[in-house]
Design a protein around this ligand. Structure first.
Ligand SMILES: *Cc1c(COP(=O)(O)O)cnc(C)c1O
Length: 383
């Protein structure tokens, strides 16, 4: 069980960071449910002193995700928001950040309601347009924080191009890669400095854990994250680390099915007379389909569609039988939601209108069920 240096993606997902337990040979890294570690003598230990600082289950997950994203190191946190909060510690009072305008609601809340109190400045910009990113940059801009595709309107940002802008202005490029997953998109090889995930979504993939991770492309950034993870202490628990490790082993096959089901649902919906618009990067009608083909391998399991009126959106959400009406995404079961009243209810109306988030928009997180059953379900809900 030695990972060859040139190992390919799915092999990395299964084996990176994993070694059989030296005591028993257990193939799966155990859940090290311990708070401290016994030291042999004063100043002599096995690299583990206290479990906020080091935990073998968490370390196995972190090594695994670092390899999956092609980074130097990864650090796992108690939630996606805790991971993003850790990233903001790279900033100091007076710094400015350019953020994708249609960013995750929790990210906007953290930046706008909490961090502005510490004299940090944020500009929300349509990062799908590099010239708008360029124009938003100030002398004190230290970070570009990008999400691609965005939720729920599936707008894309060119990661390579944005990385080039960030480099030119000595700012870090951070990519929240939650929506795509590393099986679909790997921002570090494209030039990103930091990648973050809510592992709650595709990395865990089974809707039974909340967590987050930050992957660093450079050793200096990794050192700081390691320091902050211990200093602030928002660590991922051993049990959740174990769950996410179980999830990453099947990431490749799950994502292949999420991609296939996402594509098939998007095509079905685009051909349906009751649907006026489908937002999915895998459709040639998506305005950034060419960028999607360049930047993504498969187009993910997230799609949104417009059914013309709020009343119709409500009906579709209430009439599905197999699909579950719920927030969140990235699990094996298909979820449906109404962003304007659920995930994005706190976004002001004018802002929703600006980004094309209408009241008649419905979002689907395509699971990995049989596609025939998913299409039958939507068909009966739309009829
Ligand atoms: C869910 C999500 C988060 C926040 O993650 P939590 O695990 O819920 O804290 C951040 N970014 C994106 C894109 C998400 O979908």
């Amino acid at each position: 069980m030695k990972l060859p240096p040139e190992a390919r993606f799915s092999t990395i997902c299964i084996h990176a960071g994993q070694t059989p337990d030296p005591g028993t040979g257990a193939i799966i890294t155990p859940i090290f449910q311990t708070s401290t570690y016994v030291q042999e003598e004063l100043g002599k230990h096995k690299g583990y002193e206290y479990a906020r600082t080091q935990n073998p289950t968490r370390a196995a997950l972190e090594a695994n995700i670092a390899a999956i994203e092609g980074g130097r190191a990864a650090y796992a946190f108690a939630s996606g928001m805790a991971a993003i909060d850790a990233i903001t510690t790279f900033l100091a009072a007076g710094d400015h950040v350019v953020v994708t305008d249609n960013t995750y609601g929790g990210t906007f809340r953290l930046f706008d309601k909490v961090l502005t109190r510490y004299d940090l400045q944020f500009s929300y910009v349509d990062t799908s347009q590099p010239e708008l990113v360029e124009r938003a940059i100030r002398p004190n801009t230290k970070m570009l924080f990008v999400e691609t595709p965005t939720n729920p309107v599936m707008r894309l940002t060119d990661i390579g191009h944005t990385a080039e802008i960030a480099r030119r202005h000595s700012a870090r490029l951070v990519v929240d890669n939650t929506f795509a997953s590393p099986a679909v998109q790997r921002p570090i090889p494209l030039g990103a400095d930091l990648v973050t995930h809510s592992t709650t979504k595709y990395l865990n993939g089974h809707s039974d854990s909340v967590g987050g991770v930050v992957v660093a492309a450079r050793d200096e950034d990794a050192e700081w994250l390691k320091f902050i993870q211990n200093a602030a202490g928002a660590i991922l628990s051993p049990f959740d680390s174990w769950l996410v490790l179980r999830g990453t082993k099947t990431l490749t096959v799950r994502m292949a099915q999420h991609n296939a089901n996402g594509q098939a649902l998007a095509e079905f919906l685009e051909a349906h007379p009751r649907v006026s618009r489908v937002l999915y990067p895998g459709l040639p009608s998506h305005p950034q389909h060419e960028l999607a083909r360049r930047q993504m391998r498969g187009f993910g399991g997230m799609l949104s569609f417009d059914v013309g009126t709020f009343e119709m959106a409500r009906r579709v959400c209430n009439r599905v039988r197999l699909m579950a009406l719920a927030e969140s995404l990235g699990g094996v079961e298909t979820l449906i939601c109404h962003p304007a009243s659920m995930t994005h209810a706190s976004v002001p109306l004018e802002r929703r209108q600006e980004i094309g988030l209408t009241d008649s928009l419905v979002r689907i997180s395509a699971g990995i069920e049989d596609i025939g059953d998913l299409i039958d379900d939507l068909q009966q809900a739309l009829d």
